[in-house]
Design a protein around this ligand. Structure first.
Ligand SMILES: Nc1ncnc2c1ncn2[C@@H]1O[C@H](COP(=O)(O)OP(=O)(O)O)[C@@H](O)[C@H]1O
Ligand SMILES: [Mg+2]
Length: 139
């Protein structure tokens, strides 16, 4: 069986004005179909960095990542990025608004998704009135 993802000797170094931070180095693992993997470690050890590189949000500094072609990768961010001054619906429509795709049809699709995720009653609520889990579902 082919792995869904195979990571070898992955390395990521952040460059900031303060200097370099070697967030991860020599990380290797493979994920097989149907397998669950937990990456466990203290805060700051590089867990989020691995996921951000895996999902192409960040460029790696070294190593290789082989992905199964048909699989798309995504992950739930630790912090949601909802705007507190916009309602749940307004937050969900933001992407459509700024890309000029806020059509009635697309808005209906968003409303359907919000219903699917059990958030229909809260579309006119503000993020501060939702639990952490509900906010994650909005994202
Ligand atoms: N954007 C960034 N710029 C500079 N350093 C970062 C950045 N993000 C994370 N780091 C550093 O990389 C290391 C790993 O961070 P992170 O992957 O967020 O750890 P974890 O998710 O395990 O808590 C930490 O030392 C952190 O300070
Ligand atoms: Mg993290």
């Amino acid at each position: 069986m082919k792995p869904i993802v195979k990571i070898e000797h992955l390395k990521k170094t952040y460059h900031t004005k303060q200097g370099e931070t070697e967030a991860i180095k020599d990380v290797s693992f493979a994920l097989m179909p149907g397998e669950f993997i937990a990456i466990v470690g203290p805060s700051g050890c590089g867990k989020s960095t691995i996921l951000s590189v895996l999902c192409d949000l960040l460029e790696k500094s070294g190593g290789t990542i082989e992905k199964e072609e048909k699989t798309s990768f995504g992950y739930m961010l630790q912090q949601d990025s909802l705007f507190p001054w916009r309602t749940i619906l307004e937050n969900c429509l933001l992407g459509l608004e700024i890309t000029n795709q806020n059509t009635e049809e697309n808005k209906q699709h968003v409303l359907n998704l919000l219903e699917t995720y059990g958030l229909k009653e809260f579309i006119h609520s503000y993020p501060s009135n939702l639990s952490g889990g509900m906010r994650q579902r909005v994202v």
